[in-house]
Design a protein around this ligand. Sequence first.
Ligand code: SF4
Length: 229
Amino acid sequence: MVRRLGELQRAQEAPVAVEQGFDVVVGRARLRGSMDRIDRQGDGLVVTDYKTGASVPSIPDAQVDPQLAAYQVAVAAGGTAAVDTAAGEHPAGAAPGDAGPDPLRARGARLVYLARGSRGATVREQPPVESWGDPGWAAAMVDQAAQIMASAQFWATPNKGCETCGVRRSCPAREEGRRLVPPRAPGRDRDLGRAPVSDYATPQARRERAWPERATDDSTGAGAREDQA
Ligand code: SF4
């Protein structure tokens, strides 16, 4: 895996940043985190996230991957202003409060799986924000996530992460957890009907918002291609 990462990095131009922290407000959300790698592409930035797992999403699912989408939202919102400066977009020493030029654009994001494939790392691309049918869908997803997390209760929603979830043995959505917590406490059915569920919980739901005009076509995505680096 380390050898593949080394080969991959030798084959690419030097990134403008690695392990780049960001902290930006998007709607009701404060997005904080770190981007593994950032490359300059034209008038914008491409974010790379390295993965060590072997479970690779499909090409269409990666195109609406929520983590990559959140990175692009952070770039578009100016969360990588320090990288913009390093890339020469913002003159060093500008007076505090100067509006300066717009932040570099979000030119896409990618997942790079280092542990899969015999020929090299497996790459999954997410197209840039501006190519989405609705460029605002990912910011709306982030905003709604903040709204749900701020609510008084969380609701167990089975998903593909359940098998490795640390609380699955006490989760009411799991058979083993129901011995401890009943799935529906007496008289609570009406409350369950009000559970705050994300409008962006599944890849298909995200596709319907990213590309409303072609969400019914599940077999192809914008610029779908499989890359081996
Ligand atoms: S086991 Fe329960 S709490 Fe854990 S991810 Fe699944 S639904 Fe959520």
